[in-house]
Each structure stands twice: as C-alpha cells, then as structure tokens.
Design a protein around this ligand. Structure first.
Ligand SMILES: Nc1ncnc2c1ncn2[C@@H]1O[C@H](COP(=O)(O)OP(=O)(O)OP(=O)(O)O)[C@@H](O)[C@H]1O
Ligand SMILES: [Mg+2]
Length: 287
C-alpha cells in the first residue's frame, strides 16, 4: 500500500457572480489527477505558473476541498475522515510554504513557534515542549541563542529552517513542500535543499515537492509529475523523464536547463555551491 493515493481528483474554483447572477465559467484548476506516493519517496510536481501545483498540494492536505476524487493516506480515506480522524491526520501531514516570513507569526518567539504544534496536539508541559523545540532547532542548524528571538530578527534562510523545524515537531510522515527555496537568496538555496534531503533520509519522510525549477527537482526528486493546465501530462522516474521526456511540454520545460546535474562517486546527485545554472560546474557540459 502506498502512503498516499490520489485518484480522479478535480477542482474548479468558482468566481463571484457576474452580470445577471451568472458565474463566468472557469477552467478547472486541477483535473483528473491520479498518482501515488510511496513512503520515503520524494515526488516532484512541476509545471508552469498556474498549472495547478499548489492547488494539488493543498487538496492533498485537505486545505482545499476537491469537487471529485479520492485521497487515501496510509489507508485512511481523507475526504471521509471525521473531525477527530482529521486531527490525527493533520499531525502526520505538514506543509512548508514558499514564503517563510508569512508562515511564521511575528509575535511568537522562535522557540514558541516551533513548540506550538505540541501545545495544540499533545499533553506535554511547557518545559517539555520547549525542550523538544530546542532539539529540533539544533537539528536544522539554528543555534540556541536564537530561541528568544523573533522572526523579524532572522534571515530568510534561517526562517525557512525554523519553518522546517516547526513542520517536524509532530513527527510527520508526509511534508508538502511548496516552492520551499524559491523565495530564498540563491546563496542559501542549496543549504536549505541539502537540509531537506538529509532530513528525508534520516527520518524516512515522504515529500510532495512542488517546484517550477527543474534543476532543483533533478537534485532532490525520485519521481516527477509534470502538470500543464491542471492535468498531469507526464509522470515517471526522474532520471527517465530527464533523459527522454515524451511529452512536448516536458521537453520545452527541460530545454531551459543548460547543464546536467553533476554526480559524486556513488552516483548521488550533487548540489553545487548553489543552484544558479550559470555558476554550476561546467565539466559535464563540455564533454
Ligand atoms: N483560492 C483560489 N481561488 C480562485 N482561483 C484559484 C485559487 N487558487 C488557485 N486558483 C487558480 O487555479 C489555477 C491553478 O493555480 P495554482 O496556484 O495551483 O497554480 P501553481 O501551479 O501553483 O502556480 P505558481 O507556479 O504560480 O505557484 C490558477 O488559474 C489560479 O488562478
Ligand atoms: Mg503555486
């Protein structure tokens, strides 16, 4: 059984009423979506702006209710889950957003922000919550001296590390990462991406990794879903899709990547100093 099974999922957003009370017709944001995600796997969702990537991520976490379709998480029918079941499910499915500034409450200290999910979901006392929060902040590379600081005092990269720690607080199995490094300085993207990759390995996490940056997807993903206008136009193993994309749309997306991602001696895809294609090592390109 897959950790996540999505079948026949569609969603059309309705707009406000137009002239004479008619709703202007809109195309579906996502349509007939079928895929599975295995435990420990990183599945990337790629496609141009407006393709429906974020909508799909939010539907999986039931932050948006789809019009049709079925979503099964660890054997549980998510759309049929009761309030109590949904509370339990929420602990196991987390999300990391693109903009770490808006995902953290500016009035909460870093320590409180990371410990907060434990207040909502567990009986742990304050000292135990803060201890767990401090451990997680250590793990994501945020030193103890930041515990009492507030979001406005941290850099974008540091804040995204805090958001990652907060997402890990309740030991989730699935994290939907929606463009998690797109808003960060190019110089810190690789560090945050490496952190996500290390955490995935260490904790056996599954990622639904939304990105429009294929260079980055090649580094982190096992499999890829390619979306265009709300539909999946292609899906498969990352190496296979990158080597021989069958769909014209995927070929077009891929043609924007100038240099193959370098690999280390074990074949693991390496992250160069950063992921800006213009500064990646050029050896492979010149061969
Ligand atoms: N809350 C909403 N209300 C109405 N329409 C929405 C809403 N969210 C998304 N849409 C529409 O659904 C479509 C898909 O949007 P979505 O945000 O999922 O795309 P995306 O692939 O994440 O794009 P981007 O790369 O720009 O983030 C778009 O046409 C968008 O305008
Ligand atoms: Mg989006």
């Amino acid at each position: 059984m897959s950790l996540l099974e999505v079948s026949g999922v569609s969603k059309t957003f309705t707009t406000g009423r137009g002239l004479l009370g008619r709703r202007p017709p809109r195309p579906p944001a996502v349509q007939d979506i079928d895929f599975t995600l295995e435990k420990g796997e990183c599945l990337a969702v790629v496609g141009e702006s407006g393709a429906g990537k974020s909508t799909l991520g939010r539907i999986v976490l039931r932050l948006i209710e789809p019009d049709t379709g079925k979503i099964t998480f660890d054997g549980i029918d998510v759309r049929a889950a009761s309030y109590r079941e949904m509370r339990r499910l929420r602990r196991r499915m987390q999300m990391i957003f693109q903009d770490p500034y808006s995902s953290l409450d500016p009035r909460m200290s870093i320590a409180e922000a990371v410990a907060e999910p434990l207040l909502v979901h567990t009986d742990l006392d304050r000292a135990a919550r803060l201890r767990r929060g401090a451990e997680l902040l250590d793990r994501v590379g945020i030193g103890r001296r930041y515990l009492a600081r507030y979001p406005s005092e941290l850099s974008g990269g540091q804040l995204q590390r805090v958001a990652i720690a907060r997402a890990l607080t309740l030991n989730p199995s699935l994290i939907v990462c929606d463009e998690p490094v797109a808003a960060l300085d190019v110089s810190v993207r690789a560090q945050v991406l490496n952190l996500l990759r290390d955490l995935q390995e260490e904790l056996g996490l599954s990622y639904l990794f939304v990105s429009h940056d294929l260079a980055l997807v090649e580094v982190i993903a096992d499999r890829v879903l390619v979306m265009a206008s709300g539909r999946i136009v292609e899906q498969g193993d990352v190496t296979q899709i990158f080597r021989s994309p069958t769909h014209e749309y995927t070929q077009r997306l891929l043609s924007a990547i100038p240099v193959p991602v370098p690999r280390d001696a074990t074949g693991r895809r390496m992250v160069a100093g950063d992921l800006d294609p213009s500064t990646r090592p050029m050896e492979e390109a010149s061969q």
